[in-house]
Each structure stands twice: as structure tokens, then as C-alpha cells.
Design a protein around this ligand. Sequence first.
Ligand SMILES: *Cc1c(COP(=O)(O)O)cnc(C)c1O
Length: 380
Amino acid sequence: MKIRYFDHAATTSVDEEVLNAMIPYFSQNYGNPSSIYSIGKENKEIISLARMKIATILNCKVNEIYFTSGGTESDNMILKGIAFANRKYGNHIITSKIEHSAILNTCEFLEKFGFRITYITPNSKGIINPKDIERAITRNTSLISIMYANNEIGTIQPIDEIAKIAQKYGVYFHTDSVQAVGNILIDVKKSNIGALSMSGHKFYGPKGIGIAYINEKINFLRMQDGGHQERDKRAGTENVPGIVGITKALELANNNIITYNRKLKNLRDYYISEVEERIPNIKINGDMNSRLSGNANISFSGVDGSKLVEMLSEQGICTSSGSACSAGFVNSSHVLLAMGIPKFLAKSALRVTFGKENTIEDTKFLLDALEESVKKLRKI
Ligand SMILES: *Cc1c(COP(=O)(O)O)cnc(C)c1O
């Protein structure tokens, strides 16, 4: 069966050019970057070249880039690292209710260690109001962490404004940019971003590799002890193929960002207008203006979102429902609930996220299957 993939917010395939760049580092060029013979030193050079390229793209210094195992590790390293190192200045952290679990569960961990967390509620369109953040700041606030773009509804947050507020009050600012990278050009200096997380597999790079940017002025505690890699801040033998891959993927993504966004927006807007025309009783979730171009999140009233995903999957179509199934219970999306969307609509959401291999023909196939599946599920 032909697979039609509309779940690019979950992961993407590795670009062929990225894969080709990585291959030599699995076999011929396998040296440990910490070794002092040629094949080790060469890989150390490759890593510093990669760090330079990333720093140039993000507009930061090379010593502000750390390679990690992905978005989750970057989020943990930054939140825990900054929280514990700056505890004497304050134990209060501000984040939002619509963050990824990598942030929310890290905050829950920190609460167990005496940190106090404020979770900001978004508006009904899934946007955080910077004024709500300003109001939440206290003398004890050490860190604000707000995601750049949301993984479920694709809303883009007013990061520059939030960063300015953080700067005004002398509070560190981190943004989980995992969904934004590859879709939005990020300049950490221009945007006053203190720390940022990204992940290779969300922009056609490999899984298991991520980047943490942390401004050199920010003091943070190392979370992973061991060898002296990453300037003593993140121990463990470097993932050389992964580092080569994520760097290539970032270069390609940024070079193609305009045509990529145009393509995704065309497919997404066509999809939404067809759904509106063909299927009654639907609700589009999330702001349509400040939004990633490839994201469509729609509730089909009276339909169980996870059943819809299953039914589409029988026809080779990969999509996602916002709900997470844990221990046999279907939980509605915490993002949609935080926006004030009633539970019955939150449970009936379908997330479709477009990517570079999607075509208009695939989208038509998706629309036909969707129309039919929604009809069937509404009859049951
Ligand atoms: C995917 C994702 C993560 C986790 O990244 P991994 O590399 O899969 O650990 C974190 N935050 C957001 C917003 C994501 O979309």
C-alpha cells in the first residue's frame, strides 16, 4: 500500500543530501573526536566546522552551541541546568499550558525540587499574550520558557515581545524552537533569545540529534556528567554522523525556506478550504494568521479523533489526533483544552501537517478518504 504521509510535526524523513553527507561518518571516518591520532582529530575538526556553521545561521558564538540527543534533551538541559544554577536568585519559572511534554514534565520534575512554576493560559486561538507573562513576573522569577511554534496547532508565539519583557526584568528567556526551525528563520541576537532548543528529525535531519543554544552569559549546571565533551557541559562521545546531518539539514532548510513555506501553505490552504466545503460541523483550531504554513488542525464534531486516524491509516494515510492514549484511556489534547475548546471537540481533532514530499494529488486522496471516514464515523 502506498503511504501518504501528513504527519511532519511528528517527524520527517532524512533528506537524501543529508544522508549522503552522514554516511562516511558511520564507517570510514569513525574516529573518536577525543582521540589524538588523525582520524580522531579530523572528526574534532568536522564538529567545530559544524558548530561554526550553526552559530553563523543562528547569529551566535560558537561556544554557545551544544550538541545533544534531541529536542527533549535540549529542553531538559536548559530548564534544569538554568533552574538549579540560578536557584539563589529565585525559584520561580514561567512557562505556558501549551508546551510540549518535554517542557511540561521537566517543569513537573522541578516542582518536586521546590521550584514554583506559573503556567500561562493562551487565548482561544492558542496565542500567549506577552502581557500575561509580564504580570506573572515576580522578584523570584529566574526563567521564562515559551515555545516558538506549537506542535499541535502550529501557532507562532510573539517571541520577540516576550524576549523583550524578559530582558526588561532581567529574567532569562528560553524558547523551544523544535517546530519553528526549518519553517522560520531564527536570529537569536535580533530576537534577544537567551536559550533555544532544536531537533534534527523535525526538519529532514536524523533522529537522536539536537542542539541547545545557550547564551554565554547564562550560568547553567551540567546535567550529564562524564568526559570533557562540549566544553565540559554535556559529557558523552559526540554523535559525529548526527552532527554532520543536523548541520546539513539546517543549511538546506534555511536555503529553501521561502519556496518550502509557499508550497506548504498552498497545500494546507487548499486542504482547509475543501474540508470547509465538503464536511459540515467542523471547527478549525488555532489562529490562522500567526501559524506554521504546513499545519491544519480541525475538529470534526461527533467523530472520535483517534478512530479517524485509525480509519485513515487503513488507507495508508498518516495523520495525528491531538489526543494521547495512555494506559487505555484517551486523553484530550492539553493544548486544545487550555484554549478553552470543549472536551467533545478536543476529542474530535485531526492534525494534518504537510511536508516537502506531499502533492496536490495526495491531498485530494486524503480529502476523499477523510470525507468518507467522517461520514462513516458519524453514522456509528
Ligand atoms: C518533537 C518536539 C520535541 C521533542 O524533540 P525530540 O527530538 O523528539 O526529543 C520537543 N518540543 C517540541 C515542540 C517538539 O515538537
